[in-house]
Design a protein around this ligand. Structure first.
Ligand SMILES: *[C@@H]1O[C@H](CO)[C@@H](O)[C@H](O)[C@H]1NC(C)=O
Ligand SMILES: *[C@@H]1O[C@H](CO)[C@@H](O)[C@H](O)[C@H]1NC(C)=O
Length: 214
């Protein structure tokens, strides 16, 4: 756990990510922890061939105003300033750790700060916040698909992008797999997407040629 511990405690202004997290990971092997804590960009993979789906493909999870949006990977193309999420998995510190791993992301680089990414149980929007803000919502178990490339929650890939305004896309969890009936205005465009772990520090010797630069 040495690496993980340093990674967390070396950041002076971690908000909401308590040291209890570190404690509960002690049983896990160090290798496993390091792998779970490898930071990634949250990138959209969209199979649809509608114009909107194609536009969304390869966009990236960004954070602003306590919500997760999907915007251009290149910050200079974004219409609104946002922090590019750099996320990783770590045990969520609830009372008996029954919710498994949470998803943490940087929310600013200077000062370096981390928050939990969670699904608002009332709206199905993906948001970020500290433990107090997130604990009553859906905070885990976050995992990866078998090939470790896709991001899943509660063993499922139920991600959708909702066009909240013209070409402003927010990330939602389609818990009932019904296109968010009852949660979003039916006039709005809802596109099924996958979200992928695009590792920021590529594994040594790795040669993943389709990785985006930042
Ligand atoms: C969590 O965030 C809320 C809203 O920003 C803040 O009022 C509260 O003090 C924070 N709690 C902790 C423990 O940092
Ligand atoms: C990675 O792939 C590129 C292009 O396919 C190749 O030129 C390069 O030598 C590869 N690098 C490694 C470390 O395998």
């Amino acid at each position: 756990m040495v690496i993980g511990l340093l990674a967390v405690t070396a950041i002076p202004t971690v908000t909401g990510v308590s040291l209890g997290v570190v404690e509960q990971r002690k049983q896990n092997t160090r290798m496993e922890d390091e792998k779970r804590m490898a930071k990634f960009h949250i990138d959209v993979f969209c199979e649809g061939n509608s114009e909107k789906a194609m536009r969304l493909n390869r966009r990236r999870g960004v954070l602003r105003d306590n919500k997760v949006y999907i915007d251009h990977a290149d910050p200079s193309l974004r219409k609104q300033t946002a922090h590019t999420a750099a996320a990783f998995y770590i045990g969520y510190p609830d009372d008996n750790q029954k919710r498994g791993d949470g998803l943490v992301s940087t929310i600013s680089d200077n000062p370096p700060m981390l928050n939990w990414i969670y699904v608002d149980k009332n709206t199905m929007e993906l948001k970020y916040g500290n433990r107090t803000q997130s604990i009553e919502h859906i905070v885990g178990h976050w995992d990866w698909t078998e090939d470790e490339a896709g991001v899943i929650l509660d063993k499922k890939e139920l991600w959708v992008a909702v066009e909240e305004e013209d070409d402003v896309w927010a990330l939602y969890y389609d818990q009932n797999s019904d296109g968010l009936t009852g949660f979003v205005d039916p006039e709005k465009t809802v596109v099924e997407i996958s979200i992928c772990r695009n590792l920021i520090d590529k594994p040594e010797g790795g040669n993943n040629s389709d990785q985006n630069q930042t």
